[in-house]
Ligand binder design. Structure first.
Ligand code: FNR
Length: 351
């Protein structure tokens, strides 16, 4: 099967499965504030992650390109939404366009549609420095994502089987490119030890890409004759992974994996993320209902997030990251087994 056919398979199978809300978000409860002392008009959603200034904490995460006309159209429409709504946007892995120049147009369109926006290039950890520079140039990217997808590759019939040397290659790329490098998972989460290793080689930010949303083991299993069911629901759930990561480096954490609502976003930010990526949920709305529906969805997510922040007395994302909350259930159990203190979340307050 060609790379281009595989890209379309990913979209097709991702859309087949309805995403349900992730129960781990229910383990996080904000402590109600009866005297928040602010108005909705005081709330600002702009925020910084490293050198990148974002006008919204929501970003469109890496999905596609490299599958001819159909993926060109999806990237074009996603870029229009990103431009109209002020969202940062990552493209899908650009390796296909590095191997086959005729696929470049499917990525280049995002810069044409969004000349001033924040765009993020994307490659796997097999990439060389030359690959990284070419991917960044292709879309005049403001940052580069390198994705880690070991479980997806192992499940993919034609996938990689050798993962040695990835950290060293990432370090070399970090040293030789002049945009911030973000390392992301694709839906299996990152443990704090992984985050520590990545930060220690100069990675600017991690997107913990936790389990609970789009499940690439399930998608790849649909493409196999004999499934590998033990990789279903493998991984670290998104909220757990955000907290693991934020014990290492609070200001460098982005996340994705199963976000569907403003409440999920507020909780993700409050436990330590600085930006929240949407992939499957946005793709479904775009493909099934079109650009206007996706823009309406982003608008209501922004508005509802402001309502939640008002209820908590949080005028900014930084304030929200000090909002007191309780962590219970399986999330609490996991974190205590990992010797991660959760009490400070319940004792803190917005100054
Ligand atoms: C993805 N994702 C992805 N990630 C990446 O780094 N490079 C890629 O090429 C792709 N391709 C891709 C295709 C499709 C159809 C989907 C739905 C997703 C993973 C994506 O960026 C994200 O990390 C996960 O999907 C988890 O987020 P959601 O989907 O649960 O919001």
């Amino acid at each position: 099967m060609s790379r281009s056919e595989r890209k379309w398979d990913h979209i097709r199978f991702a859309l087949q499965k309805r995403q349900n809300s992730l129960p781990f978000f229910d383990d996080i409860k904000f402590i109600h504030q009866s005297l928040p002392d602010i108005s909705v008009s005081d709330v600002r959603l702009d925020h910084k992650i490293g050198e990148l200034s974002l006008s919204s904490p929501i970003f469109i995460n890496a999905m596609t390109g490299g599958g001819g006309e159909k993926t060109y159209q999806i990237n074009k429409e996603l870029a229009m939404v990103a431009s109209h709504m002020g969202l940062a946007m990552a493209v899908g892995s650009q390796m296909s366009a590095l191997k086959d120049k005729s696929e470049r147009f499917t990525y280049e369109i995002v810069r044409k549609e969004n000349p001033k926006g924040i765009l993020i290039a994307n490659l796997g950890s097999e990439a060389t420095v030359e690959n990284a520079k070419a991917a960044i140039d292709m879309i005049e990217a403001n940052a580069l994502q390198i994705h880690l997808n070991v479980i997806q590759e192992l499940t993919m019939p034609e996938g990689d089987r050798d993962f040695s040397g990835a950290l060293k290659r990432i370090e070399t790329i970090v040293e030789h490119v002049d945009v911030p490098v973000i390392v992301k998972e694709v839906g299996f989460g990152m443990a704090k030890e992984t985050v520590q290793s990545l930060i220690s080689v100069g990675v600017a930010a991690v997107d913990v890409g936790g389990a609970g949303g789009t499940d690439f083991a399930e998608i790849e299993n649909k493409r196999r004759e004999k499934a590998l069911p033990f990789f279903h629901q493998w991984g670290i759930p998104t909220p757990v992974s955000i907290i693991e990561a934020s014990t290492i480096h609070q200001s460098s954490i982005m996340c994705s994996g199963g976000f569907l609502s403003a409440s999920d976003i507020a909780k993700g930010l409050a436990i330590g993320a600085n930006a929240i990526g949407f992939a499957g949920h946005f793709l479904r709305i775009l493909v099934e209902n079109g650009i206007e529906s996706l823009e309406n969805e982003v608008e209501s997510l922004h508005y509802e997030l402001k309502l939640i922040m008002t209820a908590l007395g949080a005028k900014s994302i930084s304030d929200l990251q000090s909002a007191p909350l309780i962590i219970s259930g399986e999330t609490y159990h996991w974190l205590s087994q990992r010797d991660i203190d959760t009490k400070h979340y319940s004792q803190r307050s917005i100054k």
